[in-house]
Each structure stands twice: as C-alpha cells, then as structure tokens.
Design a protein around this ligand. Structure first.
Ligand code: ADP
Ligand code: MG
Ligand code: MG
Length: 892
C-alpha cells in the first residue's frame, strides 16, 4: 500500500484517499497554479493507524522519502537552525467536518531555527518570533490539549502591558517574552517542555490529526450526517508561505461568485500582515477583496485570473484561501463552495447561460430542500432591522408573536386569538401543547437535534434554537443589557436563526408568487424566479414520476393544480363527517334499527356528493384518488371524560339527559385501548352496513354529474387499511354493483384499489393485486406499523434522543426508512406487478414530498408520488433530479 502522495501525484477525484483538501491541492498543482509544495498522507494510513494503535509499518519510511524530496525542492531542511524549512500540518477528510483537529502552522521552529527564520526574512526578528509564538499556541492547543484561553490571556496581558490594541503592535522583544510565557503555559499543562526536535513536532501533529478522527464531536457529527465511521482523515504537509512578513504580505479568502445571491463580482476579504485564520477570526478589520487591487495590483490581477481558471475547471462556484508573501501570490486551498438556496438556483442558471453546464447538470446542482427554503414566507428586511441575537435556524419560516415562557401561557395566548413565541432554555415533552399552540419556538440551548428542533421540524413550525447569548429567566429573558418581558413581541427567522425585537412584517416569497401564477418569470426581472422557472421546467421534461397532491377540498385542489399537481393521490373524506354533519354521524352511531341507520346515511350522501363534485371539477381531466373513511368512528363523538362529567352533573341536579346518556354508553362501548390498531379503515366498512356504500354512491354520482356537465372525471376509490385480499374482495363486490348501477352508460370509469399501509398487505401484495387496480403506499401508517410506534406518542417523547444517539440519522416520518419500511414497499411493488402488470403504483404518505424519499420511489419504479400542495414543486424538482441521476448511472 502507498501511504504518501506528492501533490503532483493526486487529483480532485481522489477525495476518498486524499481527503477534499488534499485532492484539490493536487488538482491545483497539476493545473500549474502557485501552490506551495507538499504531500498528503492518505486516509488509508489513518485507518491503519487507528487499527494498530500507533505504529503503521512502512509509513515513517515513506514520510522520510517525501520530506526529503520536499527539502530538496525547497533547498532547505525542516527546522534547520541556519535556514529552516517550515511546514503546516493540516487535517482534511473527504467531507469537511467540525470536530476534527485544526491546522498547525510553522512546524519546524524551535529556539535555534527561530534565528535562522529571522535571517531568511532579511533580519526580521519580529516576524520570526511572531511565527514561533503562533506555533507554540497552535501546537499546544490542538496537539496537546492545552486550554487555548491561557495563551489568549498571555497575549492579552502582553498587549495590555504595552498599552496597545493589536498584536501587530507588539515588537520582537515583546514577542520573545511572549514565547517564554507560552512555554510556561505549555509545561504547566503537559508536564514536559515544548518539543524542540522539528521532526518530532511533525510526527506528533500527524498522529494528533489521525486521532482527532475519533474525537467526540467528530464522532457525533458523523453519526448525525450519516458519514461512515471508517473513512479516516488524510493529513496534508505543506511548505509554509508567510503572510505575516510585513505590510507587503497578507492572507485572504475569496469566492468566485457571491455565495449569498449568486451574483458575479469580486467577493472576499483580505488582511495585510497576517497569517492563517487571522482573516476570518475578526481580530482586526479586514479589507474587501476589491481593495487589494490598489495595494498590490499584480497579485490581484493574478488572483482574478486564477479564480477564472478554477471556475472554468470545476465548472462551479469555488471558494479559495490564498496568501501573499512579499508580493508573491500562493494558493492554499480551493473547493466547490457552499452557497445559499437562492445562489444555488441563480448560479446553476448562469452557468447554463455561460455554456459551462447543460440543463441536466443544472438540475443536479440544486435540491428540493433548497427550493423548499425559497418557498417559506420571509421577513421584509427593507427597514434593515438589527437582530437582537441569533441562534441556529432549526426549522425554517418567519414567525412573530408575544413572548411566553410556559406551555400553559402559550395555549392561553393562542386561545385568545393572538400569536405567541414560546421561549424556553430547552424544551421537553411536557411543552408539547405549548409548542403546538405557539407560532414559533425559541430556545437558548441545544442544536439541530434538540427536542425543540426535532419536534418543530416535525410540525413544520418555525424554530430557532441554541441562541446562547440569551439568559432565560422565569418570565423574562435578557441578551446582555437588553431585557425582554413576557408579552413583549419578538420575531424569529427559522432560516437564518436571527431574532428581532418587535414585529417584523412578513411577505410571501417571490418563488411562491411565481408558482401561484402571480409573477410572470419572463416579466419579473428577478433572476431567482427566472432560474427556478427554467430549472423546474426542465425537471418536468425529465421526470418519469408524476406528482399528485394530497387535498381534501376544492380550494386545496385548485392551489395544488396551480403548483403543478397532476391529480389527487389522497383525498381524505374525514372532514365530510365533521362540522354540522357531526349530528348525522351521531345518529348513525346511535341508530337502533336499520331504518334509523339508513336515514342517517341517506342524509349524509347528498352532502358528500356535493363535496366530491367540487373536487372533481377542480381536478377535471386528472385522476382523483378518494379514500373511504379511515379513522375510528368515536373520533367523531365527544370525549369520554367530557360526556361523563356532563351526565354526572345532570344527575347531580336530578335531571335525566337521555341523549347524552345514550351517547356516553356508545362512547364507552367503542372505547379502544389502541385506536390506531382498532376498528378503523376497511374494518369499519365491513362492520357498519351501508357506510362505504354511501360513500361509493356519492363518488359515482358526483362523477356522473360532472360528466353530464361535459367534464372528464377520473375517480379512483381507495380502500384503507387492507391487510388481506378477502377484505378488499368483499368491499369491491359491493362497490362494483353500486357503480354499475349509478354510471349506466355515462361512460365514466371508476377504478378500485387499496392503500398498502399494513405490513401484511405489503407481504401478500401478490394476492391483493388480484382485487386492486392500483396500490397507494400509505407510508405514514406503514412506518408506524413497521416500527411499532405511534407518531403522536413518540415524536415528542424520544425521537430527539434517538437522533442524538445516532439510532436514527433522520426521523423515519420525515424520510423513508429505505432498509425496513422501504423494503416492504419494494416487495409489494414487485409482487403486485407480477400479478397485475399494469398495476398503478403511487405513494401518498408525507414521504411523497421528501427529497430523499422521492429518489427512492423513483428507483423502486412507482408511477407517482403525492404530497401536500406546498411540497408539489419540491417533488417535481426531485423527481426530475432522480431521473437525470439514474440516467447518469445507466451510462456508467
Ligand atoms: P481549515 O480546514 O480550518 O480551513 P487549513 O488547513 O486550511 O484549515 O488551515 C488554516 C489556515 O492556515 C488557513 O487560513 C490556511 O490558508 C492557512 N495555511 C495552511 N497551510 C499554510 C501554509 N503552508 N502556509 C501558509 N498558510 C497556511
Ligand atoms: Mg482552510
Ligand atoms: Mg393510514
């Protein structure tokens, strides 16, 4: 095995072996860009190191060889007292990862070589001692776990003693004294002196990078992000170049386009006489990159040329780290840069215009979740309000309301018709009612997998968490000197994590206005809207999956159609039994004779027919899947407690309340320990005569009515919760008779199919397909029943803990569990189609609008996904991406 690669030997496609940083340093070297020479120790060496404990046979010899080559190239030996070569030791895994060891610069300096470094720099003692103190500081902190504060304190004291503000104002003698102070700190914490042997410094730093792969924070991050634990990190050893040699030197960062908006221009920061992270550490005010043109035009021009080269080469936005050493430009890092959702779309469209990528590739450069971010309402920040504080944007959206500190208060404020923001140090399952009642949630502790964050995302509620400048008291919170009391109004932005005092106005996003048809992309003069239009249009051309919507009303259906839905995948009929129709349902349940029951059903039927007609009209020409009633009937009755109290109070007063007493008896009779697993779905239809028949008749009559108006209804009747083909056959036999009776020769066609949402149905799909013209996977129930937990009970109770422990990478209700629940889908799809080749397959759980799940459903070969109206554009985009990506893999 070869463990060490010179920069000349690698390239950008070797990220697995060389890590992201190493692969790109190699790529830049081979492009002929000015990269300081160096070499990369592979991730495989790291894997070996972690396996053996310490010693990796053969590694030391390879490092010797490459170090010797580097020394020859530079004409200097590592840490040579007269003319030292210095190097940086930099970690770099395949994915950039918080928690990994930070970079150590200036390795090779010691009490002797510091003088040699000064001579190299033309007798610049200040520079040499500044570099030495930085080495001890970084080495101490990152390699030997010395608390960084103690070095910061010593630096602060040195500045205070001299009465200066900036570290550049310390002279050589001050820095020499600082080195002495730093060494004391070092000994105090490690029990030994700062190592003087340059090679030992390097080896210790390399080993520390390897070990940091298993640092707690890194392990946790990997679990959450589903990064395999055995990849290991590479280590880059790079000859030092110096931005801290004086005012003709400096260091900077740059982007080839604006990572916030995607606009083209010059974006970056530059800091003169500085090293490494100084430029982003906020220690001194940086210059805008454009200013560099005035300071050092030659370097600036070269940097612009190089950035153009890199963009052309990577065909994407790049971010860059560079250093200028006495007028000579050096490239220290590049990668395809992170960007906002808006920039992702704008840049992808620009690159198409520039002929750099085609539309297929543009589609792979954006994601459904980015599109989702662009659809949230936003704060109108035109008044430029200053944020009060900021935390982590944990669940997107823009929300304002009165500050409340308890779940109880949140429900009271909401009940009075006002908006509340629930503010807590952190939330726990007891806060659930308040979280539901509030408009938004703000916590001072916890990250993206805290209870607050997980539950809020599950509910689609705006949440900012971990705003750690906040001190939360019992009925107030403070940020520094600012105090915010209960009842004060704040606004929180779940995308940026910003918190504002007062009510910031909210407006619908341009992208939603476009989907609504209120913004014409050709006229809008808005590059973002134009980009979204162009890319989603292409997705529509490419995708194989159709996208339907889940909609229960005509209004929802109409909106979804504007958003591009190609039908309804799930029309629930529950709401058709609610409101003032409850009374009819009560009559149905309390019926003592067939005649009473038939009366109640007969009264419901025309109402439901009207509901269906409205929906079929809105979806004229498109398929509409109607699910027959699913929830247990007692959900339509008053609660047991409520009734029991009412009846008891009446009896107390010597009154008889016959109706309530009957109802109470019925509710008691129907009470279930586990309603989710009780009398619901198809079971109801088989037990309550006439119930399904009434719905089927209403559907068929509505369809015939629309056909009579000249419309084209395409109803599909879906039977819920089937577990055995016999259930479906029984319902089907009755339904077919009614349909034949109603449609006569109107030419209307009605399909009958079932939801696959019980594991047994998935496993016997081959039989069930004999009685079904379509399957629709109800992945919410399939997930509940596959895992054996009920969503309402578990999401708030322990999901946050499971995410923290890495048992879930993501909630299985958010994204389909492909290995378990997904396997059931796959089996049912295959066996169902084996029985009935033309079987229509769709999905109507919330997963139908989840980006990763859409890719899975594409791959399994479903015909459509169905999701809530707002997710329709997201599903269209992701279905297009899935198609393009699978084409790509077919070519390979
Ligand atoms: P990170 O992964 O945190 O960006 P880097 O390895 O890029 O860490 O290094 C941290 C800082 O040190 C960066 O500003 C980088 O440009 C600078 N740096 C790294 N190696 C060298 C070097 N050989 N010469 C000068 N500066 C360097
Ligand atoms: Mg870097
Ligand atoms: Mg269900």
């Amino acid at each position: 095995m070869k463990f060490v690669y010179d920069f000349h030997e690698g390239n950008k496609d070797l990220k697995d072996l060389l890590g992201g940083k190493g692969a790109n340093l190699a790529e830049m070297t081979n492009l002929g860009l000015p990269v300081p020479p160096g070499f990369t120790i592979t991730t495989e060496a790291c894997q070996e190191f972690l396996r053996h404990g310490t010693h990796v046979p053969g590694l030391a010899a390879e490092i010797d060889e490459h170090l010797a080559a580097l020394e020859r190239k530079m004409g200097r030996r590592l840490g040579d007292p007269d003319d030292p070569l210095l190097v940086s030791v930099r970690s770099g895994a395949k994915f950039s990862m918080p928690g990994m060891m930070e970079t150590v610069l200036n390795v090779g300096l010691n009490d002797a070589s510091v003088a040699g470094l000064s001579r190299q720099a033309g007798g610049n003692d200040r520079f040499a001692w500044d570099s030495y103190r930085r080495l001890i500081q970084m080495f101490g902190k990152t390699v030997c776990d010395v608390p960084g504060d103690e070095f910061e304190d010593a630096l602060h004291e040195a500045k205070a003693a001299k009465g200066v503000k900036d570290d550049v104002q310390l002279d050589a003698d001050d820095l020499k004294a600082l080195v002495t102070a730093y060494k004391k700190v070092f000994v105090k914490h490690t029990g030994h002196d700062f190592p003087q042997d340059p090679r030992e410094q390097m080896d210790l730093a390399v080993a520390a990078v390897f070990r940091s792969w298993n640092a707690d924070r890194a392990v946790l991050y990997r679990r959450q992000e589903r990064i395999p634990a055995d990849l290991g990190t590479a280590v880059n050893v790079v000859a030092m170049v110096f931005g801290n040699l004086g005012t003709d030197s400096g260091t900077g960062v740059a982007f080839t386009r604006d990572p916030a908006s995607g606009e083209q221009g010059v974006y970056g920061d530059y800091l003169a006489n500085a090293q490494g992270e100084d430029v982003v550490a906020g220690i001194r005010n940086t210059l805008a990159l454009a200013e560099l043109e005035k300071l050092d035009k030659r370097s600036y021009d070269e940097l612009m040329r190089i950035m153009a080269t890199l963009e052309g080469h990577y065909r994407d936005l790049c971010d860059i780290e560079f250093t200028i050493e006495r007028g000579k430009l050096w490239m220290l890092q590049t990668r395809v840069g992170k960007r906002t959702a808006a920039a992702a779309f704008t840049i992808a469209a620009q690159l198409v215009d520039e002929g750099v990528i085609d539309l297929d590739e543009a589609l792979t450069r954006v994601t459904g979740s980015q599109l989702g971010q662009l659809m949230f309402p936003r704060f109108d920040l035109s008044g430029d309000p200053a944020p009060l504080t900021r935390g982590i944007g944990a669940s997107p959206g823009a929300a304002y309301g009165e500050v409340v500190f308890t779940s109880k208060r949140a429900t009271e404020v909401a009940a009075s018709g006002k908006a509340a923001i629930l503010v807590r140090r952190e939330t726990n399952p007891d806060d659930l009612p308040g979280m539901i009642a509030a408009n938004g949630i703000l916590t001072s502790r916890g990250g993206k997998t805290s209870h607050a964050a997980v539950v809020a995302r599950g509910m689609g509620k705006t949440c900012v968490c971990g705003a750690d400048e906040m001190e939360v008291g019992p009925d107030y919170f403070t940020v520094g000197a600012q105090r915010v009391d209960e009842g004060d109004v704040i606004s929180i932005d779940g995308t940026t994590g910003r918190v504002y005092l007062g009510e910031v106005p909210v407006r619908p996003s341009e992208v939603v206005q476009y989907f609504e048809g209120d913004l014409d992309p050709a006229q809008a003069n808005d590059p973002l809207v134009a980009a979204v239009h162009r890319i989603i249009t292409h997705a529509d051309e490419k995708r194989r999956l159709s996208v339907r919507t889940n909609a229960d009303t005509g209004a929802d259906a109409a909106r979804a159609r504007r958003f591009g839905a190609q039908g309804i995948g799930l029309c629930r009929t529950e709401h058709m039994f609610l409101g003032d129709r409850r009374e009819l349902v009560e009559r149905l349940i309390l019926a003592r004779t067939d005649a009473e029951r038939e009366d109640a059903l007969a009264a419901l039927q025309p109402l439901q027919r009207a509901d269906f007609l409205e929906i079929f009209r809105e979806m004229n020409g498109l398929p509409v899947t109607v699910r027959l009633i699913d929830p247990p009937l007692h959900e339509f009755l008053p609660s047991l407690e409520e009734l029991a109290v009412k009846v008891a109070v009446a009896h107390e007063h010597g009154q008889r309340v016959e109706h309530d007493e009957q109802m109470l008896a019925a509710v008691r009779r129907m009470h279930e320990q586990n309603p989710m697993l009780g009398l619901r779905g198809v079971r109801l239809g088989l037990v309550i005569p006439g119930l399904f028949a009434m719905q089927v008749r209403a559907i068929a009559e509505a369809a015939v009515a629309l056909a009579a108006e000249g419309g084209n209804p395409r109803p599909e009747i879906m039977v819920p919760l089937v577990g055995a083909v016999q259930e479906l056959e029984t319902v089907r036999a009755e339904a077919e008779k009614i349909i034949a009776d109603v449609i006569g020769d109107s030419g209307v066609e009605v399909l009958i199919g079932t939801m696959i949402e019980v594991p047994r149905a998935a496993l016997t799909a081959g039989q069930i397909a004999e009685a079904a013209e379509f399957f629709s996977f109800g992945t919410n129930d399939l997930t509940q029943m596959g895992w054996g937990f009920s969503r309402d009970d578990v999401e708030g109770a322990f999901f946050w803990r499971y995410l923290e422990l890495g048992i879930f990478g993501i909630s299985p209700f958010e994204s389909i569990d492909t290995e378990g629940v997904g396997r059931l889908v796959r089996i049912a799809a295959e066996e169902g189609r084996a029985t009935r080749p033309g079987l229509k397959l769709g999905v109507c759980g919330e997963h139908g609008g989840d980006p990763d799940s859409v890719h899975f459903f594409h791959e399994v070969g479903l015909d459509y996904v169905s999701c809530s109206p707002f997710r329709v554009p997201i599903a269209r985009l992701e279905a297009g991406r899935a198609a393009v990506e699978s084409e790509g893999s077919d070519h390979r």
